[in-house]
Design a binder for this molecule. Sequence first.
Ligand code: SF4
Length: 369
Amino acid sequence: MRLQNRFKRILDAAFDGCGPNQDDCIYLLSLPGDGMEAAMLTAGADTISRKRFGNQAILLGQIGIDIAPCPGNCKFCVFGEGHTTFEKSRLSMEEILSRARDFTRQGDLYALFLMTMHEFDLDYFLQVVERIRREIPAHTQIVVNIGDFDIEQGERLADAGVNGAYHVRRLREGKDTSLEPEEREKTIATIRQAGLDFYYCCEPIGPEHTPAELVEQMFLGIRHGCFQHAAMRRVFVSSAPLSVNGQITERRLAQVVAVITLASLACPETKNIAVHEPNLLGLAAGANVVYAETGANPRDIEDDTSQNRGLDICACRKMLYEAGFTALLRGDGTSIPLDLEYVQRTSEPQQSEVSGGSQMNNTKTAMSK
Ligand code: SF4
């Protein structure tokens, strides 16, 4: 078999635990997607990741609790105030708690994510966190996906029982969004300072982003010691201005996942790799995490994504099983065997679904903000 020498050298080093540098990552992202090297890249990253994380997967669920024309004005998001057709709305506390119960009913959710728009009411948000903390099992963590915040706010979140925060300095932040890249990075430093787990992602990837841009952005997460690294493609939504640039394929996304998996070898804090939206190609290229979603979703034209794009928890669990993972890790470090019997048993309709009281649905596809 003829493989490029540079590729062989990078992959050999990765198998020895040494991740590629930025130049090597640019090279890996420039490999033609239909070549042998790209195929070996995803296979190699998959093997390395399964060994690193013990072939355990993580199931996450996100509730988008509010909607508003958002001053973040991201040109890839349906809520950007310059182009959105959504009006302000918010899930009631009871609705949020009901969805939290649905996500955690089977006892295998690692963490529940709560998402707001860029601007949010911290006092109200803390009330939500406190109510949810009392409602869900202790082994499920709480992670926030909110706008920028300072250290005082970060400490209040931690005191209320929040374990982590998803925050990204996005690709072309400040150009494709109205937000300051420096503020985004400042919040990332705050997350670490407040003692929260830092969830990062290379996003939202479109066909126009060069390998050098992707690499520069993905290494920011590594420099800041991300607990979770990830890759997410921009989803085509006709109302989003950047949709004119099209959408990358899941196969291309898998190549990015593979590069992130190898690059993250340099980051001992990284404990898992996610792919958004959930898909099997990403889970066979180094990712071991997917998100179920309900409520608001920046990539969905429905105000409740569980009625459209949002993949439900049963479908996410089944996808992780089909991808060959043999256990689900919970937020307290314990794990549950993931086998056919477990997937079948946990796929049975719950009481609230039978009575029509739940948004759960077994047939769709989705991801995170
Ligand atoms: S991605 Fe977030 S910050 Fe940007 S417009 Fe959408 S809701 Fe606002």
